[in-house]
Ligand binder design. Sequence first.
Ligand SMILES: Cc1cc2nc3c(=O)[nH]c(=O)nc-3n(C[C@H](O)[C@H](O)[C@H](O)COP(=O)(O)OP(=O)(O)OC[C@H]3O[C@@H](n4cnc5c(N)ncnc54)[C@H](O)[C@@H]3O)c2cc1C
Length: 597
Amino acid sequence: MSNGARVAAPNAGRFHRADALARLAEEQFDVLVIGGGITGAGVALDAASRGLRTALVEKDDFASGTSSKSSKLIHGGLRYLQQREYRLVYENLAERQRLLDNAPHLVSPLPFLIPLFGRGGMVNRSVARVYRTALWLYDLTGGMRIGRRHEKVTREQALAHMPTLDADRLVAGFLYWDASADDARLTLAVVRTAVLDHGAVAANHTPAVALTTDSRGKVLGARVAPDGMAPFEIRASVVVNAAGVWSDEVRSLDEGHNPHSIRPAKGIHITVPRQVFPCDIAAVVPVREDHRSIFVVSWGDQVYLGTTDTEWDGPLDDPSCLPEDIDYILAAANAVTTRPISRTDITGMWTGLRPLLAPVEGRHALSERTSDLSRRHTVRTSDRGMVTVTGGKLTTYRKMAQDTVDAVCKVLGRRTIPCVTKGLRLRGAGEGPHAPARAGGIDPDGPMHMAGGAASLARHLAGRYGTETPDVLALAHGHPELLDPLVPGLQYLRAEALYAVREEMACTVADVLDRRTRASLRDARGAAGVAAGVAALIGPELGWDGDRMDAEATAYGNSLRAQLARAGLDPQPAAGGPAPEGADGAAGSAARASEPG
Ligand SMILES: Cc1cc2nc3c(=O)[nH]c(=O)nc-3n(C[C@H](O)[C@H](O)[C@H](O)COP(=O)(O)OP(=O)(O)OC[C@H]3O[C@@H](n4cnc5c(N)ncnc54)[C@H](O)[C@@H]3O)c2cc1C
């Protein structure tokens, strides 16, 4: 197969969980991937596109781990230059360019402002020199391939992008270019490409609970316990452990003990309305006391800020955002803006765990701080033939997958089949350069037109579905109510929730509101408020009765409110805000009102 060709594999099927589970139970696979974050998704796509019979299981939802909780940057990592990780930055920037080419609908260039502060109109010369040198290095290491070089900007130009920066101290700034992507949708696009275009079989809500072996102890598959179904075994010649921060748990199924090879590092983000911290690009804000920086990123009608970087030894399934994490971000932001952000401004937040590699004895990290641990990845094959991939970044998933599948080929005892993912376009990317992001595949006479046809809504859909946008809108033909917002004040449509269940394997309210859409990250209280309505919309598709709808909605709403409360934020909507739909928990009646027919 030539690079970039999108040829449907002979057994490429639907992206449907029940179909996938039936095939997982029946067929023999070359590779079984455990973990449906970006790493596992990438491995599945790489293996399937090399022609290997490939299966993937995910214990919760695709991207429900770290891969929906990143800073959403596809970047080289300017700060890694400080750590002299030149090769890492070079590789990251090469991958950034491939993603911009292969998923132009999902990955967009993003300008970053580095504001320079000083006294009496003077900036500290050595600080400016350090930035200038780093930015030249960044450009020369591959940054320039985005088509722009860094530039110095005046105080006024910086203020035009971020009007509330402290104008008394702001002297000038630098502008450089990176890229960003919706991490959960990127992960989903990679899994769907593996399944729909290359014949992989993937199921979410299907944990691997044990490994199966032959009489000599070689790993030959896994036992899985899918939600709503009896456990069964999947047969595969090689098992790949791509379980992120849980990979030591999966390794312990193989090795009999936890190797403690991962040092999880917690990072949180908060979201505020754009008018609270007006900006039209992203910025790097220094945290002086800590020799770190946080990002401020424009995100449609919202702005998100993050991240922290602290060691985490609590439960992996439930990393909490604590009041002190929020304080850290607020202090950093409020040190540079004239419109202080308070807790009551925060509408959403998320907390993730970086699967960092613990330093190996003899090879020292720069310090004990997790922020100084390397973002490189490793691939290792155990004595019993399980391949584990750990570390890395969202940005570098493709290279991680390539290295992993090369190791898989060795275990299979086959000549390495060449990797084809460097030029392989993801679902929704279309064929021409940048085609879907620009055109959006939107029919001007279609239901979008009826909905008012706002250009921003077209951009919203094109940036999420690319060439598949018409399939989402087709659901609203004859059902104009599906063009209503899913959450008041956010752009997501009710049709997107239905599409998520029918075509994107969403199985729960959280799958829809946290990952297929990012409603809860933008407006957690709003998302909690519509849980009943969403359960009523998707419940009939999933075979739920009224009790189940109520239970799913209540559990989801309670979980979001508990997260807000743990972070020291008010779980209730501000007085005067939109009345939460279905606040009385009446999913059944909402169902009757909202059924698409
Ligand atoms: C705060 C923060 C900010 C970040 N920002 C960036 C950024 O801007 N850019 C960037 O490039 N990178 C960033 N990263 C790093 C990046 O997000 C991670 O490297 C990447 O998402 C890890 O993906 P993964 O697939 O390895 O892990 P995960 O996404 O955690 O996936 C592992 C999956 O395995 C599943 N699993 C576990 N056990 C089992 C089992 N027994 N059976 C089946 N499934 C199982 C889990 O449910 C999970 O979904 C950031 C990370 C954090 C925490």
